[in-house]
Design a protein. Structure first.
Ligand code: CS2
Length: 445
């Protein structure tokens, strides 16, 4: 038996399920990149908002290329389980906010129609750092941003909206980039300027791109996870389940072009200024994650909880968070960076979450600038050294040299070549190097 609407009534009593009539809801959100993170985060908040009575916020998910998630979710009518893992056990909730999943490469017209539908108010994204198709200097790479990118689908959908006399949408980036909203807006404008210059003004007048800080640790789902969830559901298979930690945070700049779900009623923070939260999260959480990933793999560990239990690595993570990243951040009123570091250490130590270091080690070229180089550049300007980040960069170079197996990164070939040269730091970060981008750092070369 497979999870489906008809199975909801017979689930074990401890499994929470949607409290709203799913069939009566229209789709209000089109989401690009419906991976495990979105399912445990934005879709989960949106489901909670509909549980509280909000209406019309079902989600059409889009995978640009891979049919995998569509094959998992569509036969289940979009239903899936969020399993929160902690020492207290597994807390299960069936999320009902996903209506369907479209695959861009298979049904491009349906994706465009979803963006163009009158009820669509929000187009959100978790396409990962590399999905924004940026060059090292931060500008749009037009060769990557082609007809199978979200830029194309969003643009075609917006053209149809304008033609039909409809309003714009809010474009909501939920990826780990600094100032993700402003970046998305700038990149989108570069795309429009090149491909649909007539739409630039309309876009400016009818669409907004708020920034967000998104946080929840969601390891890639494994077959063991699926087996454990199936058992907890009373022998019901769920191909789309996600396993995550109890903690979750979402800080959103309150600058929407159109109505939105009442996310603040279910734990999200709607604020005027996201930057202090986003900066702390990227430089402290993600910065420490990447450090644990490369140094942890070098030391022979497999998971985050193992790396943080290693005293030397824990010391490095503490050094990075408390003494290198925190001094570069101006906290918002009430934001306590020391307490934040304490909480992060405890979250990393969750032994019930098998978060692979190799998952975090992926796509270093896309992550390291906002996680480490920005911190390094700020400290450099103050004449302060960053020994933990230096150590991390050394471990990344080993990784690029093949120490941990195949390098998974869109720039793998160029990076590996530079890392194998006689002076790898110089070859990577020096003038003309692949990492000599928006955050030039001198102290490492
Ligand atoms: C991780 C993040 O994979 C990675 O690079 O650092 O996905 C991290 O788990 C999330 O940002 C936590 O919110």
């Amino acid at each position: 038996m497979r999870l489906a609407p008809a199975a909801l009534a017979s689930l074990p009593a401890n499994v929470a399920r949607p409290l709203y009539d799913r069939d009566a809801q229209s789709v209000g959100i089109v989401h690009f990149g419906i991976g495990a993170f979105h399912r445990a985060h934005q879709a989960w908040y949106t489901d909670a908002a509909m549980n509280q009575g909000g209406a019309g916020w079902m989600i059409t998910g889009v995978s640009l290329r891979s049919p995998g998630v569509a094959r998992q979710m569509n036969p289940q009518d979009g239903l899936y389980t969020v399993a929160e893992q902690s020492a207290a056990g597994m807390a299960l909730r069936i999320v009902g906010s996903v209506r369907n999943v479209l695959v861009g490469s298979e049904e491009p017209d349906a994706v465009i129609a979803a963006v163009a539908a009158p009820a669509t108010r929000i187009v959100s994204l978790t396409v990962t750092e590399k999905g924004y198709c940026r060059r090292a200097d931060g500008t749009l790479d037009f060769d990557l941003a082609h007809s199978l990118s979200f830029y194309y689908f969003v643009t075609q959908g917006l053209l149809a909206r304008r033609k039909a006399g409809l309003g714009g949408v809010t474009l909501l980036s939920c990826d780990n980039l600094a100032e993700n909203g402003a970046k998305l807006q700038a990149l989108m404008l570069q795309y429009l300027d090149r491909h649909e210059p007539d739409l630039v003004e309309w876009f400016g007048a009818h669409c907004t791109c708020p920034s967000t800080m998104i946080d929840r640790i969601v390891p890639a789902t494994t077959d063991e996870d699926r087996a454990a969830v199936a058992e907890a559901l009373g022998d019901l298979a769920d191909q789309a389940c996600v396993v995550t930690e109890p903690f979750s945070q979402w800080v959103i700049e309150d600058r929407f072009a159109s109505p939105r779900p009442h996310w603040e009623g279910v734990g999200a923070q709607l604020v005027a200024e996201v930057a202090p939260y986003e900066t702390a999260k990227l430089r402290m959480l993600n910065g420490a994650h990447s450090l644990l990933a490369y140094c942890g793999l070098r030391a022979g560990h497999e998971y985050v909880h193992e790396a943080i239990a290693d005293p030397a690595l824990r010391g490095l993570a503490e050094q990075l968070m408390r003494h290198e990243a925190a001094p570069t951040i101006t906290p918002a009123p009430g934001q306590d960076l020391a307490a934040y570091a304490d909480a992060l250490i405890a979250r990393f130590a969750n032994p019930c979450l098998n978060h692979r270091l190799s998952q975090i080690a992926m796509d270093g070229s896309q992550k390291i600038p906002q996680r480490w180089l920005e911190t390094l550049a700020h400290n450099e300007a103050q004449g302060r050294a960053c020994p933990a980040i230096r150590e991390g960069l050394g471990a990344w170079i080993l990784h690029l040299q093949g120490h941990n197996g195949t390098v998974d990164d869109p720039m793998a070939d160029t990076l590996s070549r530079a890392a194998k040269s006689a002076e790898p730091m110089k070859a990577l970060f020096g003038e003309g190097g692949p990492m000599a981008g928006v955050w030039p750092v001198k102290s490492v070369i």
